[in-house]
Ligand binder design. Structure first.
Ligand SMILES: Cc1ncc(COP(=O)(O)O)c(C=O)c1O
Length: 615
């Protein structure tokens, strides 16, 4: 059994001794033994690294007109962190208090501008472009992914042997992109592609014999969509095609039992497009604080860096199902506000990425109450709502439902929450069982947002004219799939059930096999498409990482890629830093690889050899 199953919690300030005793109180797994063996050594190594960091030259900040004079400098992430492993390379194993704007490894390093013998000075250099761009980082597609692409190209060019690659395929487990070829290759849903095909080429509907290929409900849906949008080559309404928004409203009402207004629903270019749009509206100045989970999906840290807002981090507890602590979050809002940060929104990813936890209804209720009490806008990222692995004990419950459920409270003050708490919820066609990432479709719903602000959101949406029409059509398929009795239903049901079953099987199998490896603990996913194992690495591995100027999780993941061709993402890319007190670190892998057994075998062999090398 993994220590994740225990209720051990380590406080932010835990010393090696308390960490050790806490770990001892949990089960006596090999992982615990490993953690214990190394914890003392880590305290020393980390202290040494902190000391060397504190005596080194301060790192430069990205220059911006407002940054030099601001006292924010001490509490915002702006400086490159990849140059050397320093105090920022570690955190304690679990902190219940949120921190404001710590660098957490999000910032990127800037490259020197190129020199040339010509007297022409380029307008655009890394010194002149938007400094926020320099500090924006997106680990899911960072150094590892670039190196993986290089390896994949060498293999495709038949140069793998010549270049000495010890593997003949690259497994892209770094990104939740189910249809990626050749190793994930989830088959697209037939209904989706048939409707998409007819909307692309409506003439097909007049072709003799087409009824044999395109069932009647497919043709009917394509006609309905085309009646509204005319052509998929034309701009639609900036909020998205009205027929699709109507179908989304019906979907939400059926899911939650409360009506939704199509006028408050916006189609977007993936959920990412919606998040970015909302952040533009929400962020009023660099003092605007947005709460994000740690670990988190880097869309959030990247967007906050880009728009120069202040991240207010709250921790998910790796020792207790990645739960969140609502009271600690409330305290940290007060603390951040006392420091001058205008905390105004809270991002919740449910089910979680990278952690896979699925919030209990009671948890969501507490969060909604807290948001009302503290006047915080809820940003509910619910893109994994269909990826649920423990439906009996951990069903998906939407924030919208919980907010509206307050209308049934016997307490008049609580009833007001239903119509007062400001909420934006996001959904996407990229995940679930459709996995249509490349189509770029998503939507958000505004709940209890001031009408004048809604008008501004509409204006902002209008600037980009409209989201991709095929993305919008994808959303229509997502929210209005074939129903029982309709011609496409049997195929649809067979396909979706098979994908669900495969994801569940892979997720459970990978979690069990990973957990059985020495020094690796992983909590089985309750939802989403990932596992986030905790790996305790020996002190010599930390030394080696330091020598190479890498965080230990980056070093481990780069070695994994070089030795196996498996590309995953280090935990620090999600803001979850290696633990100073135990020496453990994290990485995220998707559960999408087709060849699960070979994936596990490749990883297991690498991990065992890695431990042997650095023991
Ligand atoms: C939590 C979360 N939110 C949003 C997104 C973005 O998805 P989309 O492809 O819809 O932009 C992702 C993608 O992986 C995600 O994991």
């Amino acid at each position: 059994m993994s220590i994740f199953h225990s209720s051990v919690r380590l406080a932010a300030s835990a010393t090696t001794a308390t960490a050790t005793s806490s770990l001892t109180s949990s089960s006596s797994s090999h992982a615990v033994t490993t953690a214990l063996r190394h914890s003392a050594t880590f305290a020393t190594a980390a202290a040494a690294s902190t000391m060397s960091a504190s005596t080194s030259t301060p790192r430069p900040r990205a220059s911006s007109p407002s940054s030099s004079s601001s006292s924010l400098g001490s509490r915002r992430s702006s400086s490159p962190t990849n140059m050397a492993v320093d105090a920022n390379a570690y955190s304690s194993s679990y902190a219940t208090t949120a921190s404001v704007g710590s660098s957490r490894g999000f910032a990127s390093s800037s490259s020197p501008s190129s020199s040339s013998s010509s007297s022409y000075k380029p307008v655009l250099t890394t010194k002149t472009i938007n400094p926020n761009v320099l500090k924006t980082e997106y680990a899911v597609r960072g150094e590892l992914s670039n190196r993986a692409n290089k390896y994949a190209q060498l293999i495709a060019d038949g140069k793998a042997k010549q270049e000495g690659l010890p593997f003949d395929s690259v497994v892209t487990a770094n990104i939740g992109n189910p249809q990626q070829q050749p190793f994930l290759a989830q088959k697209p849903l037939t209904f989706w592609r048939q409707v998409a095909a007819l909307t692309e080429l409506p003439e097909l509907m007049d072709t003799p014999g087409m009824d044999k290929v395109f069932p009647a409900d497919v043709q009917e849906r394509a006609r309905l969509l085309l009646e509204d949008v005319g052509s998929v080559g034309a701009y639609s309404h900036s909020k998205g095609a009205s027929v699709v928004r109507k179908h989304i409203a019906e979907f939400i009402e059926e899911r939650d039992g409360y009506p939704a207004d199509p006028e408050l629903i916006y189609l977007t270019s993936g959920a990412s497009g919606g998040v970015q749009l909302l952040m533009q509206v929400l962020i009023a100045s660099r003092d605007t604080g947005i709460m994000i989970p740690i670990p988190q999906y880097p869309l959030y840290s990247a967007t906050l860096a880009l728009y120069d807002a202040t991240p207010v981090e709250y921790d998910l507890n790796p020792f207790d199902d990645w739960s969140l602590d609502v009271e600690a979050m409330a305290r940290s809002i007060d603390e951040a506000r006392a420091r001058g940060t205008d905390v105004r929104a809270l991002v919740i990813i449910n089910p979680g990425n990278p952690t896979g936890q699925c919030l209990l209804e009671q948890n969501i209720r507490d969060l909604v109450r807290m948001a009302h009490d503290k006047r915080i806008v809820l940003l509910a990222d619910e893109v994994y709502q269909a990826n649920i692995y423990q439906p009996e004990t951990r069903p998906f419950v939407s924030f919208k439902k919980v907010v509206r459920d307050f209308s049934k409270s016997s307490d008049a003050a609580e009833r007001r929450i239903a119509d007062e708490v400001e909420l934006v919820s996001f959904h996407s066609i990229s995940k679930g069982v459709s996995g249509e990432c490349g189509r770029r479709g998503g939507y958000f719903e505004l709940v209890n947002i001031d009408a004048a602000v809604e008008a501004e959101v509409y204006k902002m949406a209008s600037i980009s004219l409209c989201p991709s029409l095929q993305g919008q059509i994808g959303v229509d398929m997502l929210v209005k799939p074939p129903r029982e009795g309709e011609p496409s239903y049997d195929v649809y049901r067979r396909e979706t059930e098979a994908i669900h079953a495969t994801l569940l099987e892979r997720s459970e199998k990978m979690a069990a096999k990973f957990d059985a490896l020495p020094g690796v603990e992983v909590q089985p996913a309750q939802g989403a498409l990932y596992l986030f194992p905790r790996v305790t690495l020996p002190p010599r591995a930390h030394d080696e990482a330091r020598k190479r100027g890498k965080k230990v999780d980056e070093f481990y993941c780069l070695e994994m890629l070089d030795k196996t061709g498996i590309c995953v993402v280090p935990g620090s890319g999600f803001g979850k830093m290696p633990e100073r007190d135990t020496g453990a670190c994290f990485f995220r892998t998707t559960v999408l690889a087709k060849e699960t057994d070979s994936f596990i075998e490749r990883y297991g062999k690498f991990h065992t050899e890695f431990l042997e090398t650095y023991k």
